[in-house]
Design a protein. Structure first.
Length: 121
């Protein structure tokens, strides 16, 4: 069993229990789930196994990549690809980068050649 399967079961369980408690509360005509009788709580308890049905069906599905029977194979392939990619990225980062060309300083503006500097006398 993997974490995805357990998470799926818990989501299904929450939905089923909320639906059954709400239905039992309305059918019994009570304002609070605490006022339900033992028989009504047994109906809600049946939701424990009923919530597992969608999860079991997905597990038995051989084509379900999330957590079907092929999930381990798919997870192994994905993990291998991730490790390969991480190794390639680390290798690329380890190579020293080429030095960028040194930026040239802009030349200072020159005075036009046809004008002579003026001197005061």
């Amino acid at each position: 069993m993997n974490k995805a399967m357990i998470d799926s079961y818990l989501r299904n369980l929450l939905g089923v229990v909320l639906a059954l408690v709400t239905t039992a509360t309305v059918n019994a005509g009570v304002a609070s789930p605490l006022d339900l009788s033992a028989g009504e709580w047994l109906t809600v308890a049946n939701g424990l196994w009923a919530a597992a049905i969608p999860t079991v069906l997905r597990y038995l599905n051989t084509k379900d990549p999330a957590f079907g029977r092929v999930a381990e194979v798919v997870a192994a392939e994905v993990s291998k690809k991730i490790e390969t990619t991480v190794a390639e990225v680390k290798e690329a980062e380890a190579k020293p980068a080429a030095k960028p060309a040194a930026a040239k300083k802009p030349a200072a503006p020159k005075a036009p050649a046809d004008k002579k500097p003026t001197t005061k006398k």
